[in-house]
Design a protein around this ligand. Sequence first.
Ligand code: ATP
Ligand code: MG
Ligand code: MG
Ligand code: MG
Length: 566
Amino acid sequence: MRTSHNLLNTVKEIPADAVVISHQLMLRAGLIRKLAAGLYTWLPLGLRVLRKVEKITREEMEKVGGLEVLMPALQPAELWQETGRWEKYGPELARLKDRHDRDFCLGPTHEEIITDLARNELKSYKQLPIIYYQIQTKFRDEIRPRFGVMRSREFIMKDAYSFHLDQASLQDTYDAMHEAYTTIFNRFGLKFRAVVADSGSIGGAISHEFHVLADSGEDAIAFSSASTYAANIEKAEALMPTGERPSAIHALTLIDTPQQHSIEELSAFLSIAPKQCLKTLIVKGEQDGSVVALLLRGDHELNTIKAEKIAGVASPLTFANDGEVMRACQCKPGSIGPVGLAITIIADRSVLLMSDFVCGANQDGQHYQNVNWGRDLPVPLHTEDLRTVVTGDPSPDGQGSLTIARGIEVGHIFQLGSKYSGAMKAGIVNEAGKYQTMLMGCYGIGVSRVVAAAIEQNHDERGIIWPTALAPFQVALCPMNMHKSDRLKDSAEQLYHTLLAAGIEVLFDDRKVRAGFMFADMELIGIPHCIIMGDRGLDANTVEYKARTSKEAIDIPLTDIVRFLQ
Ligand code: ATP
Ligand code: MG
Ligand code: MG
Ligand code: MG
């Protein structure tokens, strides 16, 4: 593909409402554009990445014997009434009426629809086990859509559903799916953990979540230091004996509502706060390890921000650096926008924690950078430190102590048992000729969320660094000042066609732009390999090669470059 075909939609500005890095980079690199809250258009470059996620997912679903189907997004209320979820699901379920005044919803998930299909299509035990799957648009009216496609209202999910005669068969398929998920996330090239999970509104007894590890993750996951125990935080907490809730886990719940808490609780919270909170947490370190915090006082009055010392707060913290604070604050004069977490110290030294800290610029158009904060931070942002904290709290399985890390939930598998098949009378005739309710499993992957999660885990100050399997193109071909040299133009065209013929996905930057501009774009959009061609190199029959992950370019003979890339 050629850049002159208007493929690129890169922009320099960081959009004001984009708080996490993946959201910023997806907008800047021109992968997505916002239509309305939680609704995004995928642009051509972004769609290529989304399709890669889908392709790998589809291939692994086929390997475990999944049969692909495609179910409607619009679902009749009657099916949801059969399972009782029409009443129970709450406001995340987008309900609507058709012109005949009949109730429908936009599917947030498809258990009812697939169970209806199964009870009509499956008659005999001989047809079991069976796995159906689809890659399809879901709609959830999230209370706070945010972080771009990470938590959007309309998103793409791969959802699979299995039907079984007995528990042993369900367990077999569940295990095979667990393994397939491991293969899928490995093929994506992402660092992830599978953890024991609660099954939430989907229901069922046994469930696991798959989390991409990233500081900005909305979820906390807990590992034992001495065993294979790994659970999401709710599950770890639920398993703790009453009265022994680990302090760190308890602290995590503080974010939900404005409440007063002690300095010690704040300290526990800070130690595991997600990075997007820290950006506006306004905390900075001192040489002696104590903490100075810039605190929001009064009524979100931006002009009254003051520095104040909190004695006694231990400092297992990372710190927002200047650039990040400023970026987070790029709003129009006088405007404010939600960013993260606010803290107010009240006179008696207790702490008020509020979610949705507002930040912005004052009426004069002064951004936060004009307030003297974050200027002389002695400590740069150490994301590594935040990744895991040893809490000292005992692991619920009694072995070792808990370590907490942040994760992004990208997959979730459930053993549903007879929850839906029982309520909807989905049964088959068994070997003994008797009617029997089927057992079910269901298995989700947040296809569009994976794209954002991959960026959260793989980026630098210059842009996205795609894992090879997800990159929209493998190679960027960048001839410098090609429009001034016919020889260079011919060689570049020739190499472009050779690369295509070798089956390499190549993006040919044939725009009439400065070399620096070209490289910045290719780095921003995260192409793993870059070939730089110039007249001087051609004199020596070489091209330059630069990996996205390295700062240095190396010379490669023109005749070897295709072999080098393969
Ligand atoms: P979360 O806890 O993040 O709200 P969930 O537990 O409600 O997710 P599931 O019902 O388990 O989600 O759905 C399967 C997968 O769909 C999730 O693991 C996640 O990757 C993805 N997903 C869920 N909600 C969203 C959303 N609003 N935007 C993008 N992806 C989502
Ligand atoms: Mg949810
Ligand atoms: Mg969840
Ligand atoms: Mg889930």
